[in-house]
Write a protein that binds this ligand. Structure first.
Ligand code: PLP
Length: 397
């Protein structure tokens, strides 16, 4: 986009954020036009706003495989996005566990909390190893869990559902089953950061058999500034914000009705065409990888040997500096990144690729490309030409 709002770039950075879908904008505009009421107000406009937000909450819970039955309803707290949901999960339950178990594949909004906990000696923090495919090592997880169960420790297990840099889908079902079998239902709380997975692949609280799920609307063509923490019935975090009664006082503050409605709409839209969208995104991503590999045979796909999200790829052409390539592509009109959005722009090598144990030349060259619901085949073909031209220019041939 330039200053007048025209599209100047082929946008291949959907893992960072995704453009708002027109149907979502329309839904939000309806809400914004219709009322300025606070959903906690008792008058009729307030009650209408409450209806909207509660039906958005219910819709999201249902699509994410939670229960809305009045006998055992799971709960959804609207947050400002994935970072807040992750912080609320790890910190809000911290007086209900002794040990935090996770891997270095996690997003910085998880890693930073773990590191703060470790440095303040508040909790023991244990790290699960990752393999070269970019998945957690389940054998290593098993030995940690057995050891912790033998010590009767209460464990908080957190494992992302899909990685933000490689798109690799993690064995969360297997990990959750292991944790429950080893530590018992009361000995563990299981959280999954599904921020990259929601709106890309089916995500179900009950089928994954986890207790908590984090996600963010802007990753699936919904609005920025809203996300959620879905919680299994009965679970209650210690609030991190104080002074209000909204959302059961667990996450107080006036709810933004329009953006919550917008997120529900984006998820509903994905859900209504999920199978077809998955095929479309996979076809585009595979076209990108195949055409690049035809012209750059030395190109490697990091995490490409295992199950990945349909829309993302992480590639390295060794000898090319990732920062230079991202900048050259920006100049050529292709938007992509060299790692997670918050880390890009810095020259830090990817901690995810390091955790996978990949060689330095691969890490130094790695860039991330991700397509979205509005990406076209023509854009992919043009992007391939530009990427190949930039790589050749940076190589000096
Ligand atoms: N978790 C993962 C896996 C992510 O990819 C991101 C964002 O890139 C986040 C959490 C943070 O989400 P947000 O930017 O909405 O705070």
């Amino acid at each position: 986009m330039n200053m007048t709002g025209e599209n100047t770039h082929i946008y291949l950075d959907h893992n960072a954020t995704s453009p708002l879908a027109p149907c979502v904008l329309e839904e939000m505009n309806n809400v914004w036009r219709s009322t300025a009421a606070n959903p906690s107000s008792q008058h009729a406009p307030g009650r209408q706003a409450r209806k909207w937000i509660e039906s958005a909450r219910e819709e999201v819970i249902q699509i994410l495989g939670g229960s809305t039955s009045s006998m055992a309803a799971d709960n959804l707290l609207f947050t400002s996005g994935g970072t807040e949901a992750n912080n609320l999960a790890l910190t809000g339950f911290s007086d209900q566990y002794d040990v935090l178990l996770l891997s270095r594949l996690e997003h910085p909004s998880i890693i930073a909390v773990a590191e703060a906990m470790a440095s303040e000696n508040r909790h023991q923090v244990r790290w699960i190893k990752a393999n070269q495919n970019g998945e957690i090592d389940l054998d290593d997880a098993t030995s940690h869990l057995k050891d912790l169960a033998a010590q009767e420790k209460r464990v908080f297990v957190t494992c992302m559902l899909a990685n933000n840099e490689t798109g690799v889908v993690q064995p969360v079902v297997e990990l959750a089953a292991l944790a429950r079998k080893t530590c018992g239902n009361t000995g563990c709380i299981i959280h999954s950061d599904a921020t990259q997975a929601v709106g890309k692949i089916p995500v179900s609280l009950r089928e994954l058999d986890v207790d908590l799920i984090s996600f963010a609307g802007h990753k699936f063509h919904g609005p920025v500034g809203v996300g959620g923490l879905l919680m299994r019935v009965g679970l209650k975090p210690r609030p991190q914000l104080l002074g209000g009664f909204q959302q059961g006082a667990l996450r107080p503050g006036t709810e933004s009705v329009a953006i919550a409605v917008g997120m529900a709409k984006a998820l509903n839209w994905w859900s209504s065409e999920s199978a077809e969208r998955k095929i479309r995104l996979t076809t585009l991503r595979d076209r990108l990888e195949t055409k690049l590999q035809q012209q750059l045979p030395e190109l490697v796909v990091n995490g490409g040997q295992t199950l990945r999200l349909p829309h993302a790829t992480n590639i390295s052409v060794t000898g090319i500096d990732r920062q230079q390539l991202v900048m050259a592509l920006d100049f050529a009109g292709v938007a992509c990144s060299s790692g997670s959005a918050c880390a890009s722009g810095s020259s830090e090598p990817s901690s995810v690729l390091q955790a996978m144990g990949l060689p330095k030349p691969i890490i130094d060259a790695a860039i991330r490309l991700s397509v979205g619901a509005f990406t076209t085949e023509a854009e992919i073909d043009e992007a391939v030409e530009k990427i190949v031209a930039c790589v050749k220019r940076l190589r000096g041939r």
